[in-house]
Design a binder for this molecule. Structure first.
Ligand code: NAD
Length: 323
């Protein structure tokens, strides 16, 4: 990498995007961000990045890409709530499918070298027969969100064949860590931690035996950095390979927060994946990537963040009240 490699991060004000922007800046990249702030927040964003407030399917994105001239686009902007996608599949497809197609069209026309795409391994395989599943497992999207990601993957392959636009697809497991929006794809940890710290029992939908693969956000940043110059035309699972039940997450968070009440069990939600874990072997072999942060350590850091954010909020409220 040359020191001044220019990159664009779509969705850079979001949970994962803001961590990625920091990682890129710290590694000497010159970073521009396009985000419509529909779920992201400007205060997440490092001031060293150049920020453009726009949806990715806005015609202004053409000028932004012309002006910035990025070599690589890390494409994270998306309607990222599975639940919201089932409530409004049209809005989901508008942002995730049409937004992606528009971005790829501009990228191909402006000579961008490569797209690193944030897809979902947590949702795209449905309920696979074998856990952990590898990238050759047939996809089985159970929600509009999962389908929108799969369709985007197919468009990436098509644009590569047709226009030579290079790409790497990263299929994340359930990503968690500091700064997470409780409404996102893997918001369960942020929701549980926030409620426990406020002394309230979280809801568990179903029996809590559903299994997920939780990968810490800094490991996901490392996967993106690794994919900048490797893994052309390839799909990688970015997970730990270790299934964890929601009940176990609940009890580990009880330890971190010293909250001892039982969860409230509610009926299972439609379209929910029951059991998923991603085999990260291909990413290890080809990208040299492996997850570094243990679940216990990642949960501790996440709880610390939620605790400190609550202190900051109440200090702001007190300061406001005293003015
Ligand atoms: N969090 C996870 O567990 C997880 C798992 C698999 C895949 N992903 C994918 O990773 C990416 C980042 O997820 P996240 O958890 O940080 O979500 P997030 O909602 O925090 O971030 C998405 C960002 O994109 C922006 N955005 C949304 N639609 C946009 C649009 N049309 N134009 C411009 N900006 C737009 C939002 O304002 C937000 O800043 C998403 O593509 C998501 O689908 C996340």
């Amino acid at each position: 990498m040359t020191e001044s490699t220019k990159v664009l991060v779509t969705g850079g004000a979001g949970f994962i995007g803001s961590h990625l922007v920091n990682g890129l800046l710290d590694n000497g990249y010159s970073v521009a961000v396009v985000d419509d702030l529909s779920s992201g927040q400007l205060r997440n964003l490092d001031h060293r990045a150049t920020f453009y407030h726009a949806p990715i399917n806005d015609p202004r994105v053409n000028q932004i890409i012309q002006r910035e001239g990025p070599e690589i686009i890390f494409h994270l902007a998306a309607q990222s709530s599975v639940r919201q996608s089932t409530l409004d599949p049209v809005a989901d497809a508008d942002s995730n499918v049409l937004g992606t197609i528009r971005l790829l069209s501009v990228a191909a026309a402006e000579g961008v070298d490569k797209i690193v795409f944030s897809s979902t391994g947590g949702a795209i395989y449905g309920n696979p027969d074998t856990i952990p599943c590898d990238e050759d497992t047939p996809v089985n999207p159970l929600t509009p969100y999962a389908l929108s990601k799969y369709v985007s993957e197919l468009y990436l392959e098509l644009f590569n064949r047709t226009y030579g636009l290079q790409y790497t697809i990263l299929r994340y497991a359930n990503v968690y860590g500091p700064g997470q929006d409780p409404n996102g794809e893997a918001g369960v940890i942020a929701i549980f931690a926030g409620m426990m710290l406020r002394g309230r029992s979280p809801n568990i939908y179903g029996d809590g035996l559903q299994e997920r693969d939780f990968v810490y956000v800094s490991d996901v940043v490392d996967a993106n950095l690794a994919a900048a110059y490797r893994g052309d035309g390839r799909i990688y699972n970015i997970g730990t390979g270790e299934p964890v039940t929601i009940n176990r997450i609940h009890s580990l968070l009880q330890e971190c927060t010293e909250f001892h009440q039982e969860p409230v069990y509610r009926p299972r939600r439609a379209g929910e994946v029951l059991q998923i874990a991603l085999d990260p072997g291909r990413a290890a072999n080809e990208l040299g990537w492996e997850p570094k942060v243990s679940l216990e350590e990642g949960l501790r850091r996440s709880v610390d963040y939620v605790r400190e954010a609550a202190v900051r909020r109440s200090a702001r409220a007190r300061f406001g009240a005293n003015r």
